[in-house]
Design a protein around this ligand. Sequence first.
Ligand SMILES: [Zn+2]
Length: 218
Amino acid sequence: MLKRYPLFLLLMILSGCFGGRGVYHTIGRGETLWRISRTYRVDIQEVAEINNIKDPTEIEAGKRIFIPGVSRVRKVVPYKGIPGEKEKEDKIVIERDRFSWPVRGELISQFGLRDGSRHDGIDIKAEEGTLIKAADKGEAIYVNSGMRGYGNIIILKHKDDFYTVYAHNKENLVKTGENVEKGAVIGSVGDSGNADGCHLHFEVRQGKNKRNPLFFLP
Ligand SMILES: [Zn+2]
């Protein structure tokens, strides 16, 4: 039996919660990712994912990072070891075994900012017709041929309110409402929509938040 998903839910999933708004912050001496995130009152995980920072010790003075959802640059007061004030750890969550790679190939575009605008997924280059495999067990809640920009697109719903999006497909090989196992073939790679050459555009959403797929892949 096909379940119906309301259009607003799909639009919410596809539109995300904020646009390209944000500022570039140049990291100063002694600043940590946690302190920067706290100063701007943004989630450290979101800052890490949009900037592809998997290891917080990677951050160094002079580098620029993007702070999403804010409109002005702030001064970050570095930790000075005030008695009684403990510096919090830069804790970033990476779940490498949550999803599996939908196709194997060269990563040609990362999640985050690309030429000043947001790229909500990763692009994996593959030959036309390469089979696309479900990144996890789930249900195909949205299958559309010819969605603006995305071309042939499939959205799977998984546990913990996660969704995965597969776009620019040559063919969609599942139907709306179908349940698939992890690794099951769901489509093939193409260049439908506004794709620049054959590749899979792959997104991970949790609720309405856009997540960095590389934080969830082996
Ligand atoms: Zn893409």
